[in-house]
Write a protein that binds this ligand. Structure first.
Ligand code: FUB
Length: 335
């Protein structure tokens, strides 16, 4: 069911002010896309789940995705819930975490993570004919995928899928695309565990190649170590501005959104700085889109829920690329 949220049209999001999509219900992990000149945002639907066990992020117990059509000119949003539900995914058992949607040849492809019946995070795809769904899930997860937080990027007619997340996201259970018997985190002076990227096949339902590591380098050209406060944790996202590829991501335990730049979709990327300082809440998760000549950062925080970490609200504000290509840091609190 669609709900128009005109009551929120009080603040137009300019730099320094951020607009919530909906303060009456929760929505997290916003993935913003522009189709036919309109901003479409895909969110996990946080709710007051009875699951309170925080082990491995079990309390992030989402069962469906929500869609928003957002108009930054007046701050309004139209919300549609249940565009894909857990019950509609044949292979999934729980936890519909952060998703993303792209369009190809007039069809919309929603990529999403969920735990399978063995409790292992896999990435699936669901297809629709309109941006707000309803989406129909493929019967099995995408072969060769693992962990969480799929994010797509289109470049020169090819689509790339980025994914991966530490701790509850299970990325520490994999090396060279193979599953280990148990978690293995690198020592703090070893190279950090990277996100993964793979080109998609033309069918949008399979990988065209084995996932590759998304390496983030320091100024001296060395991979960031596992002990570096700016190492990758989750929430990979790629955008291109001025011919430069920007890889943004969450540092998880550091609660920042950071960015690194490169000259192609695979990287390596060189660490550049902080996009968003910590928000209210444990998780932080972003997407970036361009609309009518302005760039926007979509993210979430827990201000409307009074700081309950599993009840998050999506919001957005303008993002500025400085003339030298640096991203102007956005304060996550007091806005
Ligand atoms: O929403 C569940 C998880 O929390 C997401 O997949 C992560 O990126 C973090 O936001």
């Amino acid at each position: 069911m669609k709900r128009a949220l005109f009551i929120l049209a009080l603040l137009v999001p300019a730099f320094g002010a951020a607009q919530y999509l909906d303060t009456a219900d929760y929505a997290a992990d916003p993935a913003a896309r522009v189709f036919d000149g309109r901003i479409h945002v895909y969110c996990s639907h946080d709710w007051a789940s009875p699951v309170t066990d925080r082990t491995d992020g079990n309390h992030y117990d989402m069962r469906e995705y929500s869609h928003f059509e957002v108009d930054p000119a007046d701050g309004s949003s139209v919300r549609t819930d249940a565009i894909l539900t857990l019950e509609q995914v044949p292979w999934a058992s729980r936890q519909l975490w952060a998703c993303d949607v792209v369009r190809k040849d007039g069809r919309y492809y929603l990529y999403f993570p969920a735990k399978d019946r063995q409790g292992v995070f896999r990435i699936g795809v669901a297809v629709a004919d309109t941006p707000e769904g309803p989406f129909t899930a493929e019967p099995e997860p995408i072969p060769g995928t693992y962990s969480i937080d799929p994010a797509l990027f289109e470049d020169n007619g090819e689509f790339y899928i980025y994914f991966g997340g530490l701790q509850g996201g299970q990325l520490q259970r994999y090396r060279n695309n193979r599953r280990l018997r148990k978690d293995r985190l690198p020592a703090s002076d070893e190279a950090a565990l990277p996100a993964r990227v793979a080109r998609l096949s033309a069918d949008m339902r399979t990988l065209a190649e084995k996932p590759r590591p998304v390496v983030i380098l320091d100024d001296a050209g060395r991979p960031l170590t596992a002990g570096d406060p700016h190492r990758f944790f989750e929430a990979a996202w790629l955008h291109k501005h001025g011919g430069v590829y920007y890889f943004t991501y969450s540092t998880g335990t550091g609660h920042e959104i950071c960015y690194a730049t490169g000259d192609n979709p695979y990287g390596p990327f060189t660490y550049r700085g902080v996009v968003l300082t910590p928000v209210v809440g444990w998780t932080t998760h972003q997407s970036v889109c361009e609309h009518e000549g302005k760039w926007y950062l979509f993210y979430h925080d827990c201000v409307p829920s009074g700081g309950v970490s599993s009840l998050r609200s999506a919001r957005y504000c303008e993002l500025v690329h400085e003339p030298d290509g640096a991203i102007r840091t956005i304060p996550g609190k007091s806005r």
